[in-house]
Write a protein that binds this ligand. Sequence first.
Ligand code: NAD
Length: 470
Amino acid sequence: MSSTPSEKIVEYHTLQRKFFESTKTRSVEWRKDQLRKIVSFCTECGTVIADALTKDLGKTAFEGEVTEIEVTKLEALEAIECLDSWSATEYVPAPGALMPSFCEMRKEPRGVTLVIGPFNYPFSTGFGPAVSALAAGNTCIIKPSEMCPATDKVLRECIPKYFKPEVLAVVSGGIPETTKLMELEWDMIFFTGSERVGKIIAGAAAKTLSPVILELGGKSPLIISKEMPELQAMANRIIWGKTINAGQTCVAPDYVLVQEENIEAVLEAFKISLESMFGRTNEQIKNSTFSRNVSVEHTKRLLSMIDDAKSHGGKVIAGGSEYGDAEAKYFPPTIIYNPGPKSKVLTEEIFGCILPIIPYKTNGDAIRYVNSMRGTPLALYVFTRIREHFDFFMDAIPSGGAVHNDVLLHFACSTIPFGGMGTSGYGKGHGKHGFDSFTHTRGVLSKPCKEIFEFGGIRYPPYDRYGGFS
Ligand code: NAD
């Protein structure tokens, strides 16, 4: 992969700053034009993008289309439709003491923005946030993950056909290029990636006082209550959410807590789901609908996690390291029952296709288990027929987002905010919430300047002219 030279990075940044200062990006029509270009890019280059996703992550064209290209395109289409109302100035009343006054909240672009992406959804998270950035009237530089060279190449080659670099530019590279980018001043940085690198980005941004949104990962728990919904439908949803993109999904259920009376039934249903989706364990490697891991190292890390879980008392229920092939970047979907709390699968973000299952007795036990884990989950999933139980878990377990009786779908729902809390990040993306993150809401007060509104000059010194304060 060819990396963008430092001088080019600085050149893009300078070009964008100058262009932003021309005030051309403020016009709503200009913004809509940029969003239409994104729609054209997704439509006209859809096949090459999908091919690149297959090369980088073994995603099928269908999965790439649905989980990356289409969501980005839909987000741009929604922004085109809603931009007039999202960007409209809001008028609010002034408090009585400031009357007569006229108050507005103007929705203004922030300026020159930066999007840094992770490897797992290299198009929708590496490029997607640029939709919100441009909709909000900013310029944008994207730095996709170097671990997905094919997607990076498509972005680098195709984007200049639609956008001038003063509006949207691509910087290719890894740590040195990101470090160079982070030396510059930004009006917003949208970083998606790991907690470890999130801290590096936030630290570097602090030096230039550049605002940051951090979309990070962590361990998202899934709880199956005693009053679980329809068994096989539930199992299919969970197995789908865990196996899509070979488990390399920030909001994938990381581990599952099952009320002990349901354990046997749930494990059996999970095995049925796995087999119906990917075939028998020894045949799954040939199944082209199951994605590959991003790298050999990542696969080896997962394989060693299984051995570690077994050494901590975990019992393999489906899959297992003997079916893996690190060189082929293939890791079999694996279910492991009750590994000890110190095992790596329960202390590190798994980010792969291992599903630990932990039994619990009471709802209170489940809550204590989740809250004893380090960090705030990005997502919380609860499967229960009883809404009050869902609310009970919601009140007791903080998380970035949550879903009742399904998984992952909140990520695709642009009408609700998406983002983390605590160690899973801060700031929000998607739809209007993404637009708002890239927008500066400027509070403006206007007042008639007339003697009659001076109210005897009470606000002016000397303040002791009425006898002072005691
Ligand atoms: P990562 O943090 O390793 O890399 C993300 C980006 O940071 C890449 O572009 C990379 O080039 C850059 N980077 C890496 N090391 C750096 C350093 N030392 N200095 C400066 N830049 C550096 O993340 P990843 O492995 O690509 O992605 C997986 C992580 O992302 C997981 O933790 C996952 O949960 C998280 N994630 C979160 C979301 C979300 O929306 N919250 C979405 C996808 C992935």
